[in-house]
Write a new protein. Structure first.
Length: 388
């Protein structure tokens, strides 16, 4: 029965205002969470319920992955605690044996460990930010078991603290304006690409440019950009709609540069509907396979072009999240209010935006009007030609 269910196509019956692809992606995350829950002990039902009602779906998935990893750790590294061979076979009585020191040993284990595969040994190294999340996942788990009366005491007070840099201590990784221009030159002309990359660029240059322009103008999250549809855009009204975390919809104003490159892609490069897989025909950014681009391919695209802008190796290129930081810092440098930038980027706390500093009142539409990357690039080229 389970095998039959796996082979069935998921059809979306959608009566909400969200597009089908957004509903489908949310469903996929929820389904993945449900699959993870089935791998874990049944006495964690209260924990599962707590996550469903209190954290975002992607955070819920991350916590469940962490708890599954913790269970595997108990099985492989702590046979003195549990004789179980699979996470779902671990008993509540096994969990009752766990003390705070055991959790601290687990977190220390997570700093550096190995996994042996069929052809290689994989080495994993985690920083304090990842360790803090793993600690949080397990802390919430033990607090919930205590609240549910399944454990006699709350052991979380004995967990060792993990120091994560304060916002002001973090290094802001973002492109500088001259690097943005070099990146846009690369995607516009193909300069800096290898021979193989250039062949690929010939087929996707307008798409790639539209993606980069949306990232550096609006600071979109990769999931927000990946889920964009043709129907997301209303060019007559000069705006487009995105779907953010916490079920929020946001209408973003278009500026001339973004309008130009997106329409150029849609009208002159994007495949026709008969070349696109039916369920992806409304997707804005299409792969050469006729499907909606994946987050992975968008991430690789970003690293490629940013590496050219920074004149570093491809591996040292920046992820889309760094392009989000680029948009933030560029807006702040132009003298815009951190409160307006907070609204544009959907930062939950203004302290996040304060990382990029500055102070001046403005509006969302004024913000993007000051981000005419394509106009600036062309004006720069005209000035260079005049000087010759």
């Amino acid at each position: 029965m389970d095998e039959e269910k796996k082979t069935k196509i998921v059809k979306v019956h959608n009566k909400s205002s969200k597009p089908d692809n957004v509903v489908k992606k949310e469903h996929d995350i929820v389904a993945e969470c449900a699959a993870l829950e089935r791998e874990l002990p049944g006495f964690l039902r209260g924990y599962f319920s707590y996550l469903r009602g209190n954290v975002l779906p992607m955070t819920r998935r991350a916590y469940l992955f962490d708890v599954r990893f913790f269970c595997h750790y108990l099985i492989t590294e702590r046979p003195d605690i549990t004789p179980a061979k699979e996470p779902k076979d671990i008993k509540l009585s096994d969990f009752a044996l766990i003390q705070a020191v055991d959790i601290n040993m687990f977190i220390d284990f997570c700093r550096h460990y190995e996994k042996e595969g069929e052809k290689a040994i994989y080495v994993y190294e985690n920083g304090n930010k990842t360790l803090a999340r793993k600690k949080s996942s397990v802390s919430v788990l033990f607090k919930q078991l205590y609240r549910d009366g399944l454990l006699e005491k709350n052991i979380t007070d004995g967990f060792d603290p993990i120091r994560v840099p304060k916002p002001g201590e973090r290094e802001i990784k973002a492109l500088q304006d001259n690097e943005v221009m070099l990146m846009l030159d690369a995607v516009s002309t193909g300069v800096g690409l290898t021979g193989k990359e250039h062949d690929y660029w010939e087929k996707t240059k307008k798409r790639d440019k539209a993606i980069l322009m949306l990232f550096i103008t609006y600071g979109l999250r990769i999931s927000e950009l990946q889920q964009l549809n043709i129907s997301s855009f209303n060019f007559n009204r000069g705006e487009f709609k995105i779907y953010r975390k916490r079920d929020k919809e946001s209408v973003m104003p278009l500026n001339d540069s973004v309008t130009e490159v997106v329409l150029d892609y849609i009208n002159n490069e994007r495949p026709k509907d008969d070349q696109i897989v039916e369920e992806h025909q409304d997707a804005l950014f299409i792969s050469l396979q006729g499907k909606r681009m994946t987050e992975r391919s968008i991430r690789e695209l970003s690293k490629k072009y940013t590496s050219i802008g920074m004149q570093v190796s491809r591996n040292a290129g920046y992820s889309p999240h760094k392009l989000r930081a680029t948009a933030a810092t560029s807006l702040i440098v132009r003298g815009n209010s951190i409160f307006d930038v907070q609204q544009l980027l959907d930062h939950e706390q203004v302290t996040t935006t304060q990382l990029y500093a500055a102070h001046k009142m403005n509006t969302k539409r004024d913000l993007v009007r000051g981000m005419e990357w394509e106009k600036e690039r062309k004006e720069g080229q005209s000035s260079d030609d005049d000087d010759k």
